[in-house]
Ligand binder design. Structure first.
Ligand code: R5P
Length: 246
């Protein structure tokens, strides 16, 4: 039961499931007479940002269209959205917050020396660069080819990881296929301990098992989704963003 008759309300809701989307629409409906600041830490369907095959829906756009009427006088905060192009489908002021420095801070507390920050593909290079710059470490990327929804392969890339600790940064871990392949490849290249850092721990099915079987040392993620590995809170970043937007 919510009675938000204030002029301004803040709604924070990740949309990991379709049920979450319905809950969010219900909350927005209750608050429709207020100016709404909506925070969606994990935006589901972000990987359906294009029409990949004729006849497919662009679900990220469809969800944006459902949310837009409630945000006419409000604003929206997303977090490490998989495809920033999704932001054009929102008609309100939309910001994409970056949780990489928070993850980097956590990695910093591990006391790694001479570690390498790796992006599993070109898509996460910006994150890897940000993390490397926060930590004063070297960074690089691997070349990935997606074979299907659940399978990826990686061409060996000249990364000097022999005998060094490695931290792989990505926006999300879903099936764990990308990370498991990267861990295996890096271990074959002589990497010492391999850590994973991701903003969104989607972790479907037996993803965690897959990662530990591949030899990961630890998985570090934020709490945009509430999982066992969600040890980094994004709350301070959300609070700061809301305050600076007042
Ligand atoms: C893809 O471009 C993303 O950045 C992630 O690498 C991907 O979504 C992870 O998916 P999965 O864990 O299923 O390989």
């Amino acid at each position: 039961m919510v009675t938000p008759l204030e002029d301004e309300v803040v709604i924070i809701q990740s949309t990991a499931t379709d049920q979450d989307i319905v809950y969010l629409l219900q909350l927005l409906d209750i608050c429709q007479d207020s100016r709404i600041s909506l925070v969606i830490p994990y935006f589901g369907y972000a990987r359906q940002d294009k029409i990949f095959k004729p006849g497919e829906p662009m679900t990220a756009r469809a969800v944006a269209k459902a949310l837009n009427p409630f945000l006419e006088s409000g604003n929206l905060f997303l977090m490490n959205i998989h495809a920033p192009s999704i932001m054009v489908h929102f008609q309100c002021q939309t910001m994409n917050l970056d949780a990489t420095p928070l993850l980097a801070e956590k990695i910093g507390s591990l006391g790694l020396k001479d570690a390498v920050i790796i992006s599993p593909d070109k898509g996460a290079v910006a994150m890897a660069k940000t993390a490397a710059s926060c930590l004063g470490l070297e960074c690089d990327y691997l070349q990935k080819t997606r074979l299907s929804g659940t399978e990826v392969s990686m061409a060996p890339k000249e990364v000097n990881v022999k005998g060094r600790d490695v931290v792989i940064f990505d926006d999300m871990i879903a099936t764990g296929g990308t990370m498991a392949t990267a861990i295996t490849l890096l271990r074959q290249q002589g990497a010492n301990r391999v850590y994973l850092a991701a903003v969104h721990p989607v972790l479907t099915g037996s993803a965690v098992l897959k990662l530990y079987r591949s030899g990961v040392e630890a998985v570090l993620a934020t709490d945009t989704l509430d999982k066992g590995v969600s040890t980094v809170s994004v709350a301070p970043m959300i609070a700061k963003a809301l305050r600076s937007n007042q």
